[in-house]
Design a protein around this ligand. Structure first.
Ligand code: TTP
Ligand code: MG
Length: 442
């Protein structure tokens, strides 16, 4: 179907992407129901500190039945208990219909359920960006299409999303809400739009009209502070934001203002970048003072090589390229790499190739920072790699040299959803929520 591309409705350099945002419904409570099916349909609160005498703690999540009583995430447990007494503490005259089941957070169990969900997601998409324990973006552009299915009223993409949802429900037993859209920020809003058990599809031509009535707080990158400021400018909905004068927004919020304006108008050119399956594994280390001493440099490269090879092995990753990075003061970044004939898992080879690359060109160079990277990864055990991906918050780790970082990430991440940060904060600082920072070589 050769539809003309209207300015502002689609990107100009290719077909519209198909992004799924998957977010599990009342996830911890859903996990508790897996092992206690009798909790199905009951108000369930998962949190800490509800035992008599404990008195403090917070709600992690509440089932939708418990939310009816005004119980919600991050609430003090004392407030939750006032609104929804614990069923075990009821007296003989109390009404059991107005009481809830309280359970203690068991993160290990929830992680294991999450790993099962993520394995399905990796199976359904080529690119999966895991955002939190119960949330991920999938790029499925190459797996389905925006075309209408044979029935005529639904897109193939919708059928694909329904399939993902059903697989999670059947194989793991927990419910997901899914948003489908041509970009990440719209998909995220869509997944939240009809929770629980939602499936909301926003087709490429519908993005702006879908967003228009939505509160600005829902727009990616708008937190409470920005929302208040926007409110004072009379901007309450994404539609208001889309129609606002870009120069006014820029004056108030800088370049971020323009970005928020774009988002509200349905533009979001971020691509889904993977977390669960890194493209490369690297580690780098800075010298306190730049050095040209070859033995000092070799020693650092050996340690970095051992570390990278070790991590590759623990993730079940084989590599076909081994490279180094050499930073010459102040910021001259040099990378060199050697390609192998096939994938290997060979720590000694990582060390010898990295040392050869160092010796060949940088034996006498004064360096500020060195790095070692393995890339062109292939994974022997996909499930293990996705499980690791859950916990990929290790970037920004500091080591003995004070500026040592680890990266499994191909790119800087966007700002966290719902946070009051600029949507495209890159840079080397790790952002909130376990996202990684830009420490990739190239
Ligand atoms: P969310 O996806 O925010 O919430 P949810 O899955 O419980 O409910 P919804 O149906 O609205 O998506 O968070 C996922 C899990 O993270 C949640 O089950 C518990 C945990 N969590 C906390 O521990 N504290 C919090 O403040 C929040 C928001 C979540
Ligand atoms: Mg959730």
């Amino acid at each position: 179907m050769a539809e003309e591309t209207l300015p502002g409705t689609a990107d100009d350099d290719g077909p519209d992407s198909i992004v799924l945002h998957v977010d599990m419904d009342c996830f911890y409570a859903a996990c508790e129901r897996l092992r206690e099916p009798e909790l199905e349909g009951e108000p369930v609160v998962v949190g800490m500190g509800y035992e008599p005498g404990e008195g403090h703690g917070a709600v992690a999540t509440a089932s939708y039945e418990a939310r009816e009583f005004g119980v919600e995430s991050a609430q003090p447990i004392s407030t939750a208990l006032e609104r929804l007494p614990r069923i075990d503490d009821l007296g003989p005259d109390d009404d059991p219909a107005a009481a809830g089941h309280y359970r203690t957070v068991d993160l290990e169990f929830y992680k294991s359920v999450a790993a099962d969900v993520k394995a399905i997601l990796h199976d359904c998409a080529d690119v999966v960006r895991e955002v939190s324990i119960d949330e991920a973006y999938l790029d499925v552009t190459d797996r389905t299409a925006w075309d209408l299915a044979a029935s005529g009223d639904r897109t193939l993409a919708e059928g694909f999303a329904r399939y993902v949802k059903q697989r999670i429900a059947r194989e793991v037993g927990v419910a997901a809400s899914i948003g489908v859209a041509p970009n990440m920020s719209t998909a995220k809003i869509a997944s939240d739009f009809d929770k629980p058990d939602g499936l909301v599809v926003v087709r490429p031509g519908e993005v702006r009209s879908f967003l228009a009535p939505i509160s600005v707080e829902e727009v990616h990158g708008v937190g409470p502070v920005t929302a208040r400021k926007l409110g004072s400018l009379g901007i309450d909905t994404a539609g208001d934001l889309a129609e606002a004068d870009a120069s006014v927004l820029e004056a108030e919020f800088g370049s971020r203002g323009r970005e928020l304006h774009e988002r509200a108008r349905g533009y979001d050119d971020r691509t889904v970048t993977p977390t669960g399956r890194p493209k490369s594994l690297s580690r780098e280390s800075a010298f306190t003072d730049p050095t040209d001493d070859i033995e000092d440099k070799r020693e650092v490269v050996r340690a970095l090589a051992a570390d990278v090879a070790d991590r590759a092995r623990s993730r079940g990753a084989m590599y076909r390229t081994i490279g180094i990075k050499v930073v010459v003061p102040p910021f001259d970044i040099n990378t060199r790499a050697t390609s192998l004939s096939g994938p290997v898992d060979d720590p000694e080879l990582v060390e010898s190739v990295a040392l050869d690359l160092l010796d060949a060109e940088f034996a006498e160079t004064t360096v500020r920072k060195l790095g070692v990277r393995v890339s062109k990864l292939s994974f022997a055990d996909a499930d293990q790699s996705s499980l690791d991906g859950w916990e990929s918050a290790e970037a920004g780790e500091t080591g003995g040299d004070g500026d040592e970082r680890v990266s499994d990430e191909p790119e800087a991440t966007a700002g966290d959803d719902g946070d009051d940060e600029p949507p495209n904060t890159g840079g080397e600082a790790p952002s909130r929520g376990g996202q990684s920072s830009l420490v990739e070589f190239d």
